[in-house]
Ligand binder design. Structure first.
Ligand code: SAM
Length: 278
């Protein structure tokens, strides 16, 4: 991943012909830089997406431009909006490429905060490697434009100490201790989740005509957390349409962009079937 152009020159490579209306509640077939490049600035509340990881899979051989789409996301996301960028590295010549981290740092250079480096932990392993501990997780970088405006944090982590009261001490910066300010408070049954989320990544297998969909629950929980009903959720690499399906299910407006016509057709078909049933 080499950066060869400045963001300003990139902007002129993808001239913006703005469309007054967003293509709300649809999946568009095309290159995401071209399609998203037509959206008005600050028009999107949330992006939940997963780009191709290095050259691990080909998806029909279509190319994509990291710097172009990163710049477009910075342009179209609203102040207080969030991009959840789910990504992992290939291993080449015995070492990890580090592409994911370089991408996160580029988003930071554009102005996004790296609000949280979350981990999506998987049950199944896609590329077993006998030479190292099995790679069982991916990054979920939560990138925000300013502070995230929507933070509906999910509190479903069972507290092992539920039923007791807070005891003990807090530690001062100099290493000394003081009595906990919460001492005596009852411990709640559930606390806010930690930032490693584990999902069964094979649960939705067979439902989707795509080699690498992410779990529905991963998309659903990020959408619940970082947006409210009626918000606009975009996936510029929509693949089988997981984000789009979950956004619709949660009462958000949705836009998917996918370059491979086969995936567009099957995800649009799924969407039509769901609309008929709902
Ligand atoms: C990792 S997959 C996304 C899978 C998706 N999250 C799901 O659950 O099905 C990445 C997708 O990006 C698509 N893609 C690659 N280059 C693209 C481009 N320039 N514009 C839009 N989509 C692109 C690929 O065809 C592939 O379906």
């Amino acid at each position: 991943m080499e950066q060869t152009e400045t963001d300003a020159s990139r902007a002129s490579m993808h001239p913006i012909v703005l469309r007054p209306e967003l293509p709300i509640d649809s999946i568009i077939c095309g290159d995401n830089c071209d399609v998203v490049g037509r959206f008005a600035r600050e028009s999107i509340d949330l992006v939940v997406t997963s780009p191709p990881y290095d050259d691990l899979r080909t998806y029909g051989g279509h190319g994509w431009d990291f710097f172009g789409i990163a710049w477009q996301l910075w342009r179209v996301v609203k102040d207080g909006g969030v991009v959840v960028w789910i990504v992992a590295d290939a291993t080449k010549d015995g070492g990890e490429t580090g592409t994911s981290m370089r991408q996160a740092l580029h988003f930071q250079q554009l102005g996004f905060r790296i609000y949280d480096t979350m981990i999506y932990e998987k049950d199944g392993i896609a590329f077993p490697d006998a030479n190292r501990y099995q790679q069982c997780w991916e990054y979920a970088f939560v990138l925000s434009k300013g502070m995230p405006k929507k933070r509906n944090l999910i509190a479903d982590r069972k507290n092992v100490s539920f039923g007791r009261t807070v005891t003990g001490t807090d530690r001062n910066r100099d290493g000394t201790t003081r009595e906990s300010s919460c001492k005596g408070n009852p411990i709640k049954e559930f606390g806010i989740r930690w930032n490693i989320w584990r999902f069964n990544n094979t649960a939705d297998n067979g439902k989707r005509n795509h080699p690498a969909p992410f779990p529905e629950a991963l998309a659903r929980d990020h959408i619940r957390t970082w947006s409210d009903e009626g918000d606009v959720v975009l996936d510029p690499f929509s693949g089988s349409g997981t984000t789009v399906d979950m956004a619709r299910e949660l009462g958000r407006k949705y836009i998917g962009v996918e370059i491979n016509p086969e995936y567009v057709e099957s995800s649009q078909k799924r969407l039509r079937q769901q609309l008929l049933w709902s």
